[in-house]
Design a protein around this ligand. Sequence first.
Ligand code: MG
Length: 202
Amino acid sequence: MKIICIGRNYAKHIEELANERPENPVVFLKPDSAILPKKNPFFIPPFSNDIHYEVEVLVKINKVGKHISEKFAHKYYDEIGLGIDFTARDVQEECKTKGLPWEKAKAFDGSAVVGEFFPKTQFDLTALNFQLTLNETLVQDGNTNQMLWKIDELISYVSQYFTLKKGDIIFTGTPAGVGKVSENDVLVGIIAGKEAFRIRVK
Ligand code: MG
């Protein structure tokens, strides 16, 4: 399986990192080795002094598809989840400055937290609330109605480039409020009031 991630999909997050608003979705990949095994803590990697959390709504692809039209995109997923796109912000800044690819900053082992998935029928996907708490303090509070590109648009867009396969996961971008993690932090993700993951940082 593969993980397809969307960057800069929430206007306020674009502002907080002083990025330009893109004309098209920003897309990058994480390999399956990036997935943090269930119940494992997240270990801060030795190559970064600035690991950021980014809470994101996840979409699990349920069948193979290529060149999917926006109109039919809803047929390609049944489950929605929540996760974290851990980012080595210092490494990413260096990559961005040099015009280099982002993989070292975004695709390292453990960088993809994949929480519990829920049937999409439980949610109103046009206005789905999700939160991240850090040590019981609310740090990110998003809603899918703030997305620049909606889930079905993203599926249509990325499937022009990558054949989607059953089990692939799309990370749909993070809202404002990203920040640094430290040892012994506890991160809890909540989607529509349900806890989707609980991660301890080591
Ligand atoms: Mg992200």
